[in-house]
Design a protein around this ligand. Structure first.
Ligand code: ADP
Length: 521
């Protein structure tokens, strides 16, 4: 662009100065002129506009200041004695093209202006000039400098953001790659979109095996987990809380636990699933050792305790009417305590057998009606002692034959009926009902006893959990019965549910799959 500002003549170009309110933007201007009046006058005007001003009286001085102070703009007299104006222009051009130059010359001709512009000068102002002319040209050039600076700054910011993003991405990738736990991410088609080295190692996959893009079941050797991951990937589970962790074993003997969750986008749309895999082999070994220990100790204790129990019963029988009532009472209490200990030991043994996966390994045909009748008959005396009515309600049509472990079924319904009797006051009623429900057989143990408050319902299947209140205070128990029931049902692919109203009674509903579906050991 060439701005030609025609001079209006006049001896002193700096008369009638006016303070012009222009944003100087902290620019530095070098005024180069051999006439001291021009230098000082220009300095005054420019300083009032807020610019920082440097002055040079010769080409050599101008070059030195340009080099050391790097002004933003140079006002350059082309015709200084020695005629080195054009050389200074060339020097500036070579040093830094961002420094703009406005030519000042007393002998303005179109040719001189064109020549200077050709050599890279930005604008031109003829001498003599009015202060307003100088303000106009300098402000306009300063605006160009500011715009160029802003553009440069924006460009740099853009580059910085891009490089920040790049750094962020590679940082996250490095962290995921270095995680000690396995991470596997799928897309919405349940194909592997990302897997870290730890995950490959945990799944016993060779590090170099290409798995990206492969379906999850080609990578994870567990049907249940793959099914869950496929469902999550397709957006069927958006509620994180409801998704249970899965445990599975590898042929190498390794035990893994996997937690899968959906990956949600900004609008809560499902983008796939993320699976976190951890090695729980050591925990499993410690668990097994603990079970073996409990089982060994329980076995060792059971026989002597049973002997003590029988001997106490004999002694008590022999002493009837012969020993003082006080002694008889002590012996009877001792007998009850040994009975309690024996039942605790039996429960502990059952628990260890469940933990070791020794239960329900070989299902066989079971006639459930008969099995339940046996249990009800066996419990009849206990119910009668409490003046309770214990009934069994069988369906009109025979039930399908069940494939299951009969000992496990006896333990399940023995515990439930025994609890119903224990937690129902005298004169209450307990009913066992059976019917077919689709692919399951449903057994309901109904009582009109104490009932269970809602806050305990979620916890009564935990090991050693007992409801402690005024009404249950004097009832002895181990707190293991329902956890054994739950453990056995889990092992055979069944389910249990409880509904209860305090003061009115409880209903424990068990669903048993007709065809055995034992959990893999
Ligand atoms: P235990 O009977 O040895 O305490 P369980 O695991 O069998 O242990 O039961 C846990 C708790 O659940 C019991 O302490 C009792 O408070 C409650 N419970 C179980 N069955 C019933 C029932 N039929 N009615 C009321 N409460 C029950």
């Amino acid at each position: 662009m060439m701005a030609w500002v025609r001079g209006t003549g006049g001896s002193n170009p700096f008369r009638a100065e006016r303070r012009v309110d222009t944003k100087s933007g902290e620019l530095t201007i070098l005024v180069t002129d051999d006439e001291v009046d021009i230098r000082d006058g220009a300095e005054r005007i420019l300083q009032r506009l807020g610019y920082r001003v440097l002055k040079a009286g010769s080409g050599g001085e101008a070059k030195r200041l340009v080099e050391t102070r790097r002004p933003d703009l140079v006002l350059l007299d082309l015709k200084m004695p020695g005629g080195d104006g054009m050389e200074v222009l060339k020097f500036i051009q070579e040093l830094d093209r961002r420094i703009l130059v406005i030519i000042i010359t007393g002998y303005a001709t179109v040719e001189a202006a064109i020549e200077a512009m050709k050599r890279g000068a930005y604008d031109f102002i003829p001498k003599p000039f009015e202060p307003d002319q100088l303000r106009l040209v300098v402000n306009r050039t300063a605006e160009t400098i500011r715009l160029a600076r802003e553009a440069e700054q924006l460009e740099q910011e853009k580059l910085r953001t891009l490089s920040d993003l790049d750094t962020e991405k590679s940082r996250i990738r490095t962290i995921i790659e270095s995680l000690p736990d396995g991470v596997l991410v799928t897309n919405t088609a349940a194909q592997v979109a990302l897997i870290n080295p730890a995950c490959k190692h945990l799944l016993d996959l060779p590090a170099a095996e290409p798995v990206l893009g492969r379906p999850t079941d080609a990578v994870i050797p567990d049907e249940a987990l793959c099914g869950l991951v496929a469902e999550i990937s397709r957006g069927r589970h958006l509620d994180f809380e409801d998704i249970p962790a899965q445990e599975f074993a590898l042929p190498s003997g390794k035990y893994l636990r996997a937690r899968a969750q959906p990956v949600l986008g900004e609008r809560r749309e499902c983008l796939g699933a993320v699976v976190n895999v951890t090695d729980i082999t050591t925990l499993k070994i410690v668990d097994r050792l603990k079970s073996e220990f409990v089982s060994k100790v329980s076995h060792e204790l059971r026989s002597p305790l049973s002997t003590i129990h029988e001997q106490l019963a004999t002694v008590i029988g022999d002493l009837v009417d012969r020993a003082p009532p006080q002694d008889q009472h002590i012996l009877t209490r001792a007998k009850e305590k040994t009975k309690g200990l024996i039942s605790l030991i039996n429960d502990l043994l059952d628990m260890s057998r469940i933990d070791e996966g020794l239960i329900c390994r070989e299902p066989r045909p079971v006639a459930l009606e008969e099995l339940l009748r046996g249990i009800v008959d066996f419990m009849e005396s206990k119910a009668q002692a409490r003046h309770q009515r214990l009934t069994l309600r069988l369906p009109a049509t025979p039930l399908p034959e069940l494939q299951a472990d009969p000992l496990a079924l006896e333990s399940i319904f023995g515990n439930l009926v025994s609890n119903a009797i224990t937690y129902t006051p005298e004169n209450g009623a307990i009913r066992v009902e059976v019917d077919a429900a689709g692919v399951n057989i449903r057994v309901r143990v109904v009582d009109n006893g104490l009932g269970i408050e809602e806050k305990h319902l979620g916890r009564i299947f935990e090991r050693f959990y007992r409801v402690k209140d005024e009404r249950t205070r004097y009832i002895t128990g181990t707190g293991l019965g329902l956890s054994i029931v739950k453990g056995l049902l889990d092992a055979m692919g069944g389910m249990i549910e409880v509904q209860s109203t305090p003061g009115e009674g409880s209903v424990f509903t068990v669903l048993l799959p007709v065809a055995a579906r034992p959990r893999p050991a």
